[in-house]
Design a protein around this ligand. Structure first.
Ligand code: ADP
Ligand code: MG
Length: 696
């Protein structure tokens, strides 16, 4: 039976069993900690701490410092007017200080600070008119509670309606329930790294005593990060082992169709394209299943490589499919390949969500009976009711938008289908590891010849008139321009308005040959406008970010990005990649409105200084953290609580090796460590990996 080990039960219980968590705070906390389990709470790491261990006498308590004091309550001085504070005089043998409360309830103060009694108070000491006072002490307690107060208090990331006190209290009680696990990490490795066991690490995590304890590489945090990374890497190793041990098919490298396509190409392949193709051909020819990533920056020429790869399957009587993330992109691929495919006499179809009824039925039949040799489309081509005659190669474009699960469902269309993943966003090694494991990689690290570097300029919004005048000139010289409108967070509607407003304004300058595309348009209308722009019937295309990915209009040479400061780095890079695709000099104008924050400044200057997608991706990772980049927050993969790829890259590399060796030695996880590793996998809900083991 494959079942979660009992030892994990407590950690999987709902946080609502903890004292102090009611229905409404439960919801808020769940959102905050991104989960509803005790485990999620335990992995909610503090970001700071307040040291309350300093216990001076009143007279020795310095101004501005947090102190914990033992005092006797000497006098209550209720406020005479609402706007005045209620003061309580507290004394010790060295002197006196006022405890100051604004808008506090009298009964509460009287109860917490009874006259004549001794109390422990903790908070920031301040001097006012030469006299010590403490405004709203953070903690008030009896002598019996002294040890609880006089500690280092962890400070957690909070959200509205959840105080640090409540969170801390629930975490402290959660900690009492944390089990001691049999160790899943390698003993020697732990020793070398000075890592504690899991439970100790959790306890230490919530008891920071100094700045060092908050650092991501401090032993207890590193250990917890490693757990996550290791679970991730073992999962990938198991999935991968399962996929490659499925034997593939052997496709002879195309020798009839290929020369026809090469002849139809208006260019010669670059060295990088040749090399990548050779790697793909070898994979496809071997009877191992291909799992390869074709990684190439925007404009590096992936399309032709995938087209030639498809020929291998097709010439061997099999089918190839290209899965694109959007309708526009699917059509774009077909458009780019059209002449080549026709030259080779390859029968291809395009299938997207737009195809309904009779039309769809025809396409579905052609896929089923093999009349369609190449199938290009969106996820519609992998819907449950689509049957392939014989799918030999699946090419997935812009892979990072699809999750691991989608990839798996795809391979279920045909067990031995070769898979080629193409990605335009350069994926930093750390991310490619956490999401693909050691997928073989072919790199298009050389751009087609004759490309000039894109000139990138930062322009303050105030200079927009000058820019428009400049564009007028450029357009009269025959340039084509994209104008991308501001991204307004989470509101497509406002996006749209901004784009429409800009369109209206620009129309007064460029009356005839201007178009508008946005995400809310019907796909047909969108295509029609794009088509006109591609055909040169429009000079200027105003767009929301719908043009972000993959659009190929080599004649377009100018990209204007309005409110560039609002875009993320990889998005800017993708947008800029829409120009510079031909031999003419291209420009990217990034309009910004100040004042710019630090990260916005860094993003824009990175864009100005480099066109190297890898440099940009690394910088992006540094500025944003990992989850965002791959959009993995939505797809639910590689989403870590403690691990942060920007700082834990080395740990990831180690976890990768660790996982690989472990799975080689103990593929079914039956050894003692293997058994414990299973607990780790269950802990991070890597159930899909456990599925691949013969016995849970
Ligand atoms: P991407 O890698 O972004 O998908 P594309 O495949 O769309 O890039 O190629 C970008 C442009 O470069 C296209 O217009 C394509 O025809 C052209 N191209 C591709 N390979 C070469 C080459 N070897 N020489 C010249 N132009 C090329
Ligand atoms: Mg492309």
């Amino acid at each position: 039976m494959k079942q979660r080990p009992f030892i994990l039960d407590t950690l999987f219980r709902s946080i609502n069993i903890l004292p102090g968590i009611g229905p409404s705070s439960q919801k808020r906390i769940e959102k905050l900690i991104d989960g509803g389990k005790i485990l999620d709470l335990l992995l909610h790491a503090p970001v700071d701490f307040i040291d309350r261990r300093f216990t001076p006498k009143i007279a020795d308590a310095p101004n501005g410092q947090i102190a914990t004091l033992q005092v006797r309550i000497d006098k209550h001085m209720p406020n005479t007017r609402k706007s005045l504070p209620y003061r309580v005089k507290a004394v010790d043998e060295s002197g006196s200080m006022d405890l100051v409360f604004f808008h506090a309830k009298k009964p509460w103060i009287e109860k917490s600070l009874p006259l004549g009694e001794t109390r422990i108070i903790s908070g920031k000491v301040e001097y006012f008119h030469g006299k010590a006072q403490m405004v709203h002490p953070d903690s008030i307690g009896t002598i019996a509670e002294k040890a609880d107060i006089q500690t280092v208090e962890p400070i957690y990331p909070l959200t509205q309606g959840v105080t640090n006190k409540v969170l801390r209290k629930s975490i402290m009680s959660a900690m009492k329930m944390a089990p001691d696990f049999p160790e899943w990490l390698d003993g020697a490795h732990m020793m070398r790294s000075k890592w504690p066991h899991w439970k100790e690490a959790i306890i230490k995590l919530h008891h920071p005593e100094n700045e060092k304890d908050l650092e991501p590489l401090t032993p207890h945090r590193a250990r917890l990060a490693y757990d996550e990374l290791l679970a991730n890497q073992i999962t990938i190793a198991l999935i991968r082992r399962n996929q490659v041990t499925i034997s593939g098919r052997s496709f002879k490298t195309s020798s009839i169709l290929r020369p026809k396509v090469l002849e139809a190409l208006p260019f010669a392949l670059t060295g990088a394209q040749e090399r990548s193709l050779k790697e793909i051909n070898e994979d496809m020819a071997s009877n191992k299943r291909m799992l390869r990533l074709l990684q190439g920056d925007v404009g590096s020429g992936k399309t032709v490589v995938t087209c030639l790869a498809a020929l291998n399957a097709i010439e061997n009587g099999s089918q190839a499919a290209i899965l694109a993330p959007t309708e526009i992109l699917a059509r774009q691929h077909a458009e780019s390949m059209k002449d080549w495919l026709e030259a080779a006499g390859v029968r291809y179809v395009i299938l997207t969500g737009r195809d309904k009824g009779k039309k769809r039925e025809t396409l579905v039949n052609q896929i089923k009976n093999g009349a369609a040799q190449l199938i290009i489309g969106t996820h519609a081509i992998f819907q449950d009711d689509i049957e392939y005659h014989d799918l030999g190669l699946a090419i997935i474009d812009e892979q990072h938008r699809f999750g691991v699960h989608q990839r798996l469902s795809l391979s279920s269309k045909s067990k031995s289908t070769d898979i080629l993943v193409m990605t335009a966003t350069p994926i930093p090694r750390t991310l490619s590891l956490t999401n693909y494991g050691d997928l073989e990689v072919s790199k298009l690290d050389e751009k087609p010849p004759g490309r000039k570097p894109i000139e990138t300029l930062l322009i303050p919004k105030e200079k927009i008139e000058d820019l428009i005048a400049g564009l007028k000139r450029k357009i009269s010289e025959g340039n084509r321009v994209y104008w991308v409108c501001p991204l307004v967070e989470e509101s497509e509607l406002i996006d749209l308005e901004a784009a429409e407003d800009r369109y209206d304004i620009l129309k007064s300058f460029f009356p005839d040959r201007i178009g508008l595309v946005h995400g809310r348009m019907k796909a047909e209308d969108k295509d029609a406008v794009m088509q006109k722009f591609a055909a040169g019937e429009l000079d200027l295309l105003v767009a929301t970010t719908v043009i972000e990915v993959g659009v190929n209009v080599p004649e377009a040479t100018i990209m204007v990005i309005e409110h560039a400061e609002r875009f993320g780095l990889s998005q800017l890079h993708q947008l800029r990649g829409r120009v510079g695709r031909g031999s003419a000099q291209s420009y990217c104008f990034m309009l910004y409105s100040g004042p710019l924050g630090e990260t916005a400044k860094e993003r824009l200057s990175t864009m100005r200084d480099t066109e190297d997608g890898f440099v940009i991706a690394e910088k992006d990772l540094e500025l944003r953290g990992s989850g965002d980049i791959l959009g993995t927050k939505q797809s639910g993969e590689a989403h870590f609580k403690i691990a942060n790829l920007a700082v834990h890259g080395d740990l990831l590399a180690t976890a990768h090796t660790d996982a690989k060796l472990l799975i080689e030695k103990d593929p079914e996880l039956t050894s003692e460590r293997g058994q414990n590793i299973k607990t780790l996998l269950y802990m991070f809900e890597r159930d899909q990996a456990i599925k691949y083991l013969k016995s849970g």
